[in-house]
Write a protein that binds this ligand. Structure first.
Ligand SMILES: [Zn+2]
Length: 99
């Protein structure tokens, strides 16, 4: 049964690499107070926005729901600059939790 043991260790090994392509956000639901963490993939989840002149920004909208019975949806809108640094953020249905 060594084979299966090896296999399960392989899949359960925790991710050790620091993910530079991710932006993690933590919000708290207004209704039930559940804290929800979500990951934004800075390479795949952003849509390019062309602003005035040369200015390029990225935009991302996410709808988050807790794992519980609560049906409240927390909507977040994120704007990043051309270097994928956060410029501004909006939230409805919840509040930001600083980590
Ligand atoms: Zn909730």
């Amino acid at each position: 049964m060594n084979f299966f043991k090896k296999l399960s260790t392989l899949f359960s090994s925790p991710p050790s690499r620091q993910d530079a392509d991710s932006y993690w956000l933590t919000v708290q639901c207004h209704r039930c107070g559940e804290v929800i963490r979500a990951r934004v993939n800075l390479l795949n989840d952003l849509s390019l926005e062309f602003g005035e002149g040369e200015k390029t920004t990225y935009f991302c909208r996410k709808v988050l729901m807790g794992a519980g019975q609560c049906f409240q949806r927390v909507e977040v809108e994120l704007t990043f600059d051309g270097n994928r640094k956060l410029l501004s953020r909006n939230i409805t249905g919840g509040k930001w939790v600083e980590t």
